[in-house]
Design a protein around this ligand. Structure first.
Ligand code: CAO
Length: 416
């Protein structure tokens, strides 16, 4: 089977997480992704959070599958030449350095465009134009400034960041959408363009339901929030614990074994159309006749009680039994799965969402495969490259360099 992005070559100047997430997706779809890394050092994540001394960390290996690695310092004369040639040969360039870093390397957008007018130049930055545009940003800064932290957490407790990397990986995924749109437009216009994604913007995009609620606040209390009817609403959307962000109330309830197992919980949604079945199975057929509980609107002020009653029932069985029983009744629900359970889940292995990969230095490791499934484009996962593993190969086969040119670049420290 062919691959969707075969023939697309990517000049990958990314590091850490946000940029590498983007180029990993392009690589999964078959683009030739050439990752440029600083000679001698490489992407800083190669050595961050290392579990095995001297071996590329899982942080790196899980974000850089299916790529080639080329060491290059574009700030040397030979490096500038190689970089210019790479711009000529590539379709897409992706970077997520601090603002201005690529310009300081001597390659502002105008120059890149001049070298290759078909180039699509994609960047991740912490903020868009404005007061913070020059700031460096990591994941949790984006979660705080994009509205996620202020709306996440238990009621009346500190703001919380989430384990989902919505700032880094979230922005990388948004950037992929921009690059694919630009590639599509280039088919018609023949021209490349700039694609930029700010981490603050993408976190906000992912939290748009909370901006929705901010505006609803002007028209009265948010009735599906746990603060209603007892608590108070201030001027801004409050943290809502585990309340559902949608139109059907939901909550996390304890299941059998919760006293010792930190993940013995399930999320249960009281979807209006499935509520009669839910009420009956938990032993509350009476609610269906009772005007105090019959309608979703009537239940809103009593959600605490409703979920407490549901929990009495879920605590009599384990989270998988809750899932099986409620699924048969069409009640939307889900067990809180630990990472251990996910790593062992065979259905995820079968679909290629969790993949075991072999690495020459680390041996076998698990990674997340491509979650985007195309019916006519295969998406196998190849291990991440060693630092500079493809330097010579790329210089020879992509750029047509001979031995003398390679030796000269090496002598200047342009490559390793
Ligand atoms: N050869 C020589 N120099 C290189 C190089 C190479 N191959 N690759 C990078 N460098 C240099 C850059 O030119 C830059 O030098 P100058 O500052 O002198 O111009 C320097 O290395 C480091 O760049 P940086 O400022 O981006 O790196 P940092 O570790 O200080 O900051 C980060 C990291 C992530 C905070 C910053 O890059 C950033 O804000 N990026 C944008 C937002 C972003 O993507 N954040 C997500 C991070 S996690 O996914």
């Amino acid at each position: 089977m062919g691959k969707a992005l075969e023939g697309v070559r990517v000049l990958d100047m990314t590091h850490v997480q946000s940029g590498p997430t983007c180029t990993q997706i392009l690589a999964w779809f078959g683009a030739d992704v050439i990752k440029i890394e600083k000679p001698g050092e490489g992407d800083p994540t190669r050595s961050q959070l290392r579990d095995i001394p001297g071996v590329d960390s899982l942080y790196f290996t899980m974000l850089n599958a299916n790529k080639r690695s080329l060491t290059l310092n574009p700030k040397t004369p030979a490096g500038t030449r190689i970089f210019t040639r790479l711009i000529e040969e590539c379709d897409v360039m992706v970077e997520n350095f601090a603002p201005g870093a690529i310009d300081r390397m001597g390659f502002p957008w105008e120059k890149i465009q001049q070298i290759n007018p078909r180039m699509i130049y994609a960047s991740v930055k912490g903020f868009g134009p404005g007061p913070f545009e020059d700031c460096k940003v990591y994941e949790n800064v984006a979660q705080c400034t994009g509205g996620s932290a202020s709306t996440t957490g238990e009621i009346d407790r500190v703001p919380l960041v989430t384990g989902s990397q919505i700032g880094d990986s979230g922005t990388g995924i948004h950037l992929v959408a921009g690059i694919l749109a630009a590639l599509f437009q280039r088919e018609k216009s023949g021209r490349g363009q700039r694609v930029t994604c700010a981490m603050q913007d993408t976190v906000l995009n992912l939290c748009r339901v909370k901006l929705r609620d901010q505006q609803r606040l002007a028209h009265g209390p948010l009735k599906e929030y746990p603060q209603y009817p007892n608590g108070k609403f201030g001027e801004a959307v409050p943290r809502a614990g585990n309340a559902s962000g949608g139109g059907h109330p939901g909550w996390i309830v304890r299941c059998k074994g919760w006293e010792t197992d930190p993940d013995a919980y399930s999320y249960v949604i009281t979807q209006a159309q499935a509520f009669p079945a839910l009420a009956k199975v938990i032993g509350h057929a009476d609610w269906l006749e009772d005007p105090q509980f019959k309608t979703p609107e009537a239940r809103l002020p009593k959600l605490d009680y409703v979920f407490a009653e549901i929990e009495k029932w879920t605590m009599t069985m384990n989270k998988m039994e809750v899932m099986t029983t409620l699924n048969k009744l069409n009640v939307p629900c889900g067990p809180v799965l630990s990472m251990k359970e996910i790593a062992e889940e065979q259905s995820l292995r079968k679909t290629g969402t969790v993949v075991e990969v072999d690495h020459p230095e680390r041996g076998k490791y698990l990674t997340v495969g491509n979650p985007i499934k195309l019916s006519d484009s295969s998406s196998d996962v190849q291990r991440s490259p060693l630092l500079g593993e493809h330097t010579i190969e790329v210089l020879r086969t992509v750029l047509g360099f001979d031995e003398k040119e390679i030796a000269e670049a090496r002598a200047q420290g342009a490559i390793q």
